[in-house]
Design a binder for this molecule. Structure first.
Ligand SMILES: NC(=O)C1=CN([C@@H]2O[C@H](COP(=O)(O)OP(=O)(O)OC[C@H]3O[C@@H](n4cnc5c(N)ncnc54)[C@H](OP(=O)(O)O)[C@@H]3O)[C@@H](O)[C@H]2O)C=CC1
Ligand SMILES: CC(=O)N[C@@H](CCC(=O)OP(=O)(O)O)C(=O)O
Length: 343
């Protein structure tokens, strides 16, 4: 059995990791941390886990976490980078759900995250944890930087078009909506029901911290720098990301549908829907799937890709478990064969 630790087990991605790992046949959750709930039974705080997780929250402690085979950081940005080096020295593999190791340029990280990077030496080693692009490297990684929720939906939608050079990489548009669980469980005015319910707004138009992450990864696919306008929105639902992606076609190759179908034919968790589909976030809710559809409205040279995920699953905890499976040589989908909740 793989002994897994979760730092930040009381947050939304932490409890989602617990939900998934509780049913994983090769994992035993041995440490779950929370600074504010030390000594509380996990299933007392989260009765949804009664009978599934039989442990108490402990304070984050390197010595205790060092007994794990893998530690997931489901913590705010700036936490994993303080503990990663010591855990790696104890032979523990790390999957960081935060952004600490996603950007390859420490100065850029400092600019967008507003603090100095505490562990720049590990940035080069960290493998970006999008299995669809970095599978081989993830298998050998000690430290995986799990992608952000917006970046996952956007990359999976743009990749087939950028890799084939079919679109102009300098004028990409990603218009993306997120449910409020994307903001985490901490109490905040902006995510109160009376602030978000019956309302809909864009935010971060001038520059959201996922912009450099998306640009960095799309540039690898395009083999050149990309120009991207990324506008996130908050919508009054709990789970889900819906990305509407726009790009200008360089050339008309006919069937973009078959391009996407071929690209993702062997990807268990990327499902290209039949032509003319309009993916719903509720059809991926609670599952690790990304549903994608491709449109070329009125046969013009603008391609529109729709990409939906559950931000807490393929956008966070599910993807993290997919990465863990790869790092431990397990079948990639084990523990993740979940059918979406509907409605
Ligand atoms: N929500 C989402 O959809 C997604 C989130 N992410 C990223 O995943 C990470 C976790 O997000 P989310 O679960 O939403 O966050 P939450 O705010 O819901 O939970 C944060 C957790 O971290 C713990 N924590 C906070 N500060 C520290 C610290 N200094 N040291 C140790 N533990 C700490 C908290 O418990 P306590 O304070 O008791 O220790 C809590 O359990 C974030 O980096 C987020 O950006 C990534 C993709 C999607
Ligand atoms: C709806 C909402 O607020 N979403 C979050 C992004 C989600 C996230 O977790 O981002 P990182 O993993 O990069 O920190 C936000 O815009 O800040």
């Amino acid at each position: 059995m793989i002994r897994a630790g979760i730092v930040g087990g009381t947050g939304y991605t932490g409890v989602e990791l617990l939900r998934i790992l509780a049913l994983h046949p090769h994992v035993e959750v041995s440490v779950v941390t929370s600074r504010s709930d030390v000594g509380t039974r996990v299933d007392a705080l989260y009765p949804s886990l009664r009978g599934a997780i039989n442990t108490v929250f402990s304070a984050p402690d390197i010595a205790e976490l060092s007994d794990c085979d893998v530690v997931f950081f489901a913590t705010p940005n700036g936490t994993a980078m303080l503990m990663a080096q010591q855990l790696l020295e104890h032979g523990v593999k790390i999957i960081d759900l935060s952004a600490d190791f996603r950007l390859k340029d420490a100065a850029e990280w400092q600019h967008w995250y507003g603090m100095e990077h505490a562990c720049p030496a590990l940035i080069a080693e960290a493998v970006y944890g999008l299995p669809e692009t970095h599978r081989a490297a993830i298998k050998n990684a000690r430290l995986v930087a799990n992608p952000g929720c917006y970046p996952t939906a956007v990359q999976l939608g743009f990749l087939p078009l950028l890799e084939t050079g079919l679109i102009d990489p300098h004028h990409l548009i990603a218009d993306v909506k997120s449910g409020v669980s994307g903001a985490g469980r901490k109490a905040e005015l902006a995510t109160l029901m009376s602030e978000t319910g019956e309302s809909f707004k864009a935010y971060g138009v001038a520059g959201h911290r996922h912009l450099p992450e998306i640009r960095q990864q799309l540039a690898l696919a395009a083999k050149q720098s990309v120009g991207l306008t990324f506008v996130p929105h908050l919508i009054p639902m709990i789970r889900g990301i819906h990305a509407t992606l726009y790009a200008r076609l360089n050339t008309d190759i006919g069937s973009l549908q078959s391009l996407f179908e071929q690209k993702y034919a062997d990807e268990v968790f990327v499902d290209v829907l039949p032509a003319n589909s309009h993916p719903d976030t509720r059809n991926v809710r609670g599952s690790n799937f990304c549903h994608i559809s491709i449109h070329q409205p009125q046969g013009q040279d603008t391609v529109v890709v729709l990409s939906v995920i559950d931000n807490l699953v393929k956008g966070a905890a599910g993807q993290a478990v997919q990465n863990m499976n790869l790092m431990f040589g397990l079948p990639e989908q084990i523990g993740l064969n979940m059918v979406a909740l509907y409605p």
